[in-house]
Design a protein. Sequence first.
Length: 260
Amino acid sequence: MKKAKRYGMVIDLDKCTGCGSCMAACMAENNVPFREDESNKLLSITWMRVYKLTNKKPFPETDVCYLPRPCMHCAGQHEGHSPCVSVCPATATDYSMKTGIVSQIYTRCFGCRYCMASCPYHARYFNWWDPVWPDGMEKYLNPNVSPRMRGVVEKCSFCFHRYQLAKEKAYMEGRRELEEDEYQTSCTQACPADAITFGDLNNPQHAVYKNKKSPNAFRLLERLGTNPKVYYTSSREWVRRSGDNYLKNEGKPAKAVHHG
């Protein structure tokens, strides 16, 4: 029996320069609303957020790493039971067994924010305001993604609308399967360093499958058992250790600071 698809990412932290192109591409692709003052990150929405890690050592041993963090699209210890899906009383968020993507249905969400409280990665954002687009900005909006109203939670969707468009194209051509390059997220394509790889984690022919097998691969907070579909790779041990929880006798994690 053929395995179901599990779309995910592998992000090479040794390549990431912290330029923020993935953040800008994500906002443009998904009609993410913005404020007049985007410097206040407590009030802004950023589906893809880049963090700055440091090993906290003095010069000349100082080392810095940038870590992009989209939604992890968790599945929990049992497939289909990610933390946010388990707590949503409105079934506004769900887990697809066919793609492994955690969806967000905005018209069902009534803003209780249980999902935000349950997400250990802080990947969900509450929309406190109706989006206001300056005159002329309607040409900027992506017609394939609906803007969200105030009072709902939103998050990274792995650009699921692109998956739907690719499936429609394949159907019209009489195909059932997608090629690897037919469905790619906006952040993957925008990264100038090619640090992000996206594809089917269950498909041995996809680059993302091979990259997740790297001995330097790890996932954030893996001890929680959330089974995230975003993998990271780094040749630096302190970076790999920073991605997980620490026991008392294992030292202290690196300090994380939001960048961008």
